[in-house]
Write a protein that binds this ligand. Sequence first.
Ligand code: ADP
Ligand code: MG
Length: 383
Amino acid sequence: MHDPAVLRSMHVARFHAEPAIFVAPGRVNLIGEHTDYAEGFVMPVAINFATLAGISPRSDGKIVIYSENFGEERAFDAEATPVASKHWTDYPMGVVSILTGEGHKFPGFSLTLWGDVPLGSGLSSSAALEVVTALAVLSLIGASYPGPVLARLCQRVENEFVGANCGIMDQFISANGKENHALLLDCRDLSFRLAPIPANVALVIANTMVKHSIAGGDYPTRRRESEAACAVIASHRPNVPFLRDATLEDLEKWGHEMAPKSLMRARHVISENLRTVAASEALLRGDMKELGRLMAEAHHSYSVDFEGSCVEADAMVALAQDLPGLIGARLTGGGFGGCTINLVEQSQAAAFAEALGARYAAQTGIVPEIHICHASDGAHQLR
Ligand code: ADP
Ligand code: MG
């Protein structure tokens, strides 16, 4: 995480005011991919890459936002209704918009943003930005929300203002993560259970450095296909509004009524839900071997049935398999590139990262970024 003292200096130099400082982490998902919008289970971890926000009130009725990552400042009228403009300021202004819709009224403010969550790599810099902005602007008016409620509001920012049809996972873990723990989240009712990650296990996050976009929009297409499968099941069993409620037996009975791709997507989502709950139980009893096995199965399902992987991510997972210390590896996040998550014995993590990077570069010609991370706390105020 960047140094908050440096953020403070930036804010003071630019805005001549002492900021309150907040932090919200990015995340990595251990298992449970494309299950959140099916009201299923996910098991993410908040990581030690985070976005910092410094905020101070202004008396000129303006909202002025500076991102150190973009080296860019934009100003808005605090009285005006925010409108989306396909710019990074949509995230913080979306937070203002959604919270205003909840009945809050914000004065003008200066906001400095600075994060080390890699942008657009599937580690959820967007959720970190939403959550940290929400904490910051709420602090201005002395308001706060419980973490799960805050997460829902930030998800709405992304869905309703930014226009990304994401589930609740990213915002939830950024707001509610706990150091040295993974969090099993039931995306239906937002109940959750923490499972400790053993101290001798490292999270090695390997960025493939690629992000493919398939024709027609990858994420929404997959979502539509799996929802179409659910509609077929629901035509027989009306009490299956989401794939969370469906079983593999349902697919055996009615899979022939589905488009082949829909059947494959649904098989991934239904089996992934079962694996995710099983993975949390394995983690709770310290059975790392079983957790690794479930991660391998999950990657196979994501790649073959969901067709959510790509050549580079499959390579990154395959190249990790026989490296010393590996517990489990899979592609994490929305898919088609981004990062893999490798659970690795801590004592082997540095050598693992180096060897994986070398192998990947030799095979693909791309030099990857590989980070050795640990599970961190969710969003909070720093000073
Ligand atoms: P991911 O969430 O996987 O990192 P997204 O495309 O969902 O990828 O979100 C990335 C976008 O979020 C960036 O392109 C930018 O618009 C915005 N963003 C994230 N962090 C910052 C930051 N520190 N400053 C400004 N904008 C940011
Ligand atoms: Mg995002």
